[in-house]
Design a protein around this ligand. Structure first.
Ligand SMILES: *Cc1c(COP(=O)(O)O)cnc(C)c1O
Length: 226
């Protein structure tokens, strides 16, 4: 028997309880069900639980799933971006969470013009300044954000981060720093960064407490990845 419906219930209850505890409206948090490595059958179970927003991190894996599943699903791209796959990613995904350079944003902008799309994007920040992690360094983002806003086509939603592996309190600190950075950038550049994409299975409650508007949850919904 599948545990997926129960797991969706459990995560939704946790989100509701956390919102209640920190005085946030339930609809201020969007659950992105991360379905990388998950089969079409299991994704469909999530869909049957009412989930309509799913996240994938690889184009080649996502394409056949998109083909097999209802068109009413909103797909979010959460993986690393490669310029040679950008055109397909822009054509297939509704929101892209992992834009990590001005160069990439600018390429997205020009490709979007050709495709006639207005992609919603998050700027991924390497919040703990890790060697091998994707994302803008904080300094780079401060320099480049004005140029990204000057691009006509991409719609910047906000900031995204994946904290360093560590304790829950370290994760909280990383989430807090991302929130502070968002406010600083908004004031310094007179721009709006309304959303924060942060929090995964191990720490999404903490992320909600620290202001997450988009949580990306995989294994708590679909089970551990093999
Ligand atoms: C895999 C992944 C997630 C989900 O991770 P879980 O721990 O399974 O919830 C979230 N965000 C990104 C960017 C991921 O790659």
């Amino acid at each position: 028997m599948s545990l997926i419906p129960e797991q969706f219930d459990e995560v939704r209850q946790q989100i509701a309880a956390t919102c209640l505890r920190c005085n946030r409206a339930l609809d201020s948090v969007q659950l992105i069900a991360v379905s990388k490595t998950v089969s079409v059958e299991d994704i469909r179970q999530g869909y049957d639980c009412g989930q309509r927003v799913f996240g994938e991190s690889r184009l080649q894996e996502a394409l056949p799933k998109m083909e097999a599943l209802p068109g009413s699903i909103e797909w979010h791209y959460i993986g690393r971006l490669q310029s040679n796959k950008l055109r397909k990613i822009l054509a297939q995904f509704d929101v892209i969470h992992s834009v990590d350079s001005y160069r990439m944003a600018s390429l997205m902008d020009s490709t979007s013009k050709e495709l006639g799309v207005y992609p919603k994007i998050f700027l991924q920040v390497n919040i703990d300044q890790e060697e091998n992690k994707g994302g803008f360094s904080i300094d780079k983002l401060r320099v480049e954000i004005a140029d990204i806003y000057a691009l006509g086509r991409v719609e910047v939603q906000g900031l995204m981060c994946i904290p360093e592996d560590g304790s829950i309190e370290q994760a909280r600190d990383s989430f807090r720093r991302l929130r502070v950075l968002k406010s600083e950038l908004e004031v310094q550049h007179g721009v709006k960064l309304p959303f924060l994409s942060m929090g995964m299975s191990g720490d999404y409650q903490i992320a909600i407490e620290e202001g997450a508007t988009h949580i990306r949850v995989g294994s708590s919904l679909f089970g551990k990845r093999g």
